[in-house]
Design a binder for this molecule. Structure first.
Ligand code: NAP
Length: 354
């Protein structure tokens, strides 16, 4: 990225996360001073990968203490920052209390960070990591999108606290962000809407839900077959580049779908067959929809029969042309991202050979 303005510090919320790690890396390598408000700045082990990158890059990182649920806790870290990347939000589907575990941190956290931007005169731009989950809820919704393909004009109207609560939390949070942004005119909101993020992590123990999907594939849970659950994917490094462009390109604006591939769960797993199929219990064939429907409640707390009915055997389609055109995003092959991610998990001892 050549158009990064390194004069003022840059704030990144959720810097300990999978996606944010690569954004921080890009900023440090460009020479930026990164302000990183984290829940536990005393946890050196959790911050080690970021400190190591900073030690070998021209930029600098400063840690602050903040929590999405504590009003005003981002004010100190935001002082003097021109660009704010708000990535922090819980990404997990296995929750007992969706209001407390997903919706409150997503919505109150977005309000907290954006209200801090309103109080901080130096802020000119806020980049929000939203999700394609704020665009659609189930694959069945895609039939109603313009020309049967999701684009930035579409909003998720099918999710609720009872059905796809993670998707609902991202929809409410993005709506809140637009409401706050449109009530002022000092800073511009640019929203990034990624599909499922894949590819290697910078930290040794990533907790993002992205890794659970691979754990299911490589751990044998889908040995007898993976459902053809349509989804989009994007490599975490291509997504980080999209964030940097959204933060620094003069013309970046609005919502931006960032998704490299239209695929499904079985097709994703099949990219691993060549290199790993002999040694690991990876799925080779499609699980029939009726079987996925029957098994859903036993497989995971977050998986319902309604979700299977509305997603399996239904293709995922989205128009990614705005991100390519306006943010200059390019996408590496799905197989490359999957092999690098899987190899990293093998090296970390996460899988037994078959
Ligand atoms: P992740 O690795 O789990 O990162 C989540 C981050 O949010 C962590 O840094 C976490 O901090 C922080 N966080 C959670 N609750 C917090 C709280 N109460 N106060 C302060 N920080 C809090 O997940 P990720 O995959 O990188 O996700 C990052 C963003 O991308 C999220 O907004 C997610 O919705 C979005 N996204 C992800 C995907 C995907 O497939 N991964 C797809 C679309 C959009 P701790 O380290 O302290 O827990």
């Amino acid at each position: 990225m050549t158009d990064i303005d390194t004069a003022a510090p840059v704030l990144v919320t959720g810097a300990t996360g999978y996606v944010a790690g690569w954004i921080v890396k890009g900023l440090l390598e460009a020479g930026c001073t990164v302000h990183a408000p984290v829940r536990d700045p005393g946890n050196a082990a959790k911050l080690q990968h970021l400190s190591d990158i900073a030690a070998n890059a021209p930029g600098e990182i400063r840690y602050f203490k903040a929590d999405l649920l504590e009003d005003g806790s981002y004010d100190e870290a935001m002082q003097g920052c021109a660009v704010v990347f708000h990535t922090a939000s819980p990404f997990t589907v296995d929750v007992k209390d969706p209001q407390k575990e997903l919706i409150d941190p997503a919505v109150k956290g977005t309000r907290n960070v954006l209200e801090a931007a309103n109080r901080t005169d130096s802020v000119k731009r806020v980049v929000l990591t939203s999700s394609c989950a704020a665009i659609y809820g189930d694959n069945a919704d895609i039939a109603n999108a313009p020309n049967g393909r999701l684009d930035e004009s579409v909003w998720n109207t099918s999710s609720s606290i009872a059905h796809n609560p993670y998707f609902y939390s991202k929809t409410l949070a993005e709506r809140e962000a637009w409401k706050i942004a449109e009530a002022q005119d000092r800073w511009r909101l640019v929203v990034i809407n990624p599909s499922l993020v894949i590819g290697p992590a910078l930290q040794a123990r990533p907790t993002s839900e992205s890794f659970n999907i691979l754990r299911q594939m490589g751990g044998g849970a889908l040995k007898s077959g993976a459902p053809r659950w349509g989804m989009g994917t994007v490599d975490v490094r291509d997504l980080a580049d999209a964030h940097l462009a959204a933060g620094f390109r003069p013309d970046a604006n609005g919502r931006n779908i960032i998704s490299g591939h239209e695929t499904d769960m079985l097709a994703i797993a099949l990219t691993l067959q060549d290199r790993y199929g002999r040694d690991y219990p990876l799925p080779k064939r499609a699980a029939p929809k009726w079987l996925a429907w029957l098994m859903a409640p036993m497989l995971s707390d977050g998986l319902t029969r309604k979700a299977v009915a509305n997603n399996v055997d239904i293709p995922w389609r989205a128009d990614n042309s705005k991100g390519k055109r306006e943010l200059g995003v390019t996408y590496r092959p799905l197989k490359t991202s999957m092999e690098e991610m899987f190899q990293q998990m093998i090296d970390a001892g996460q899988f037994e050979k078959a």
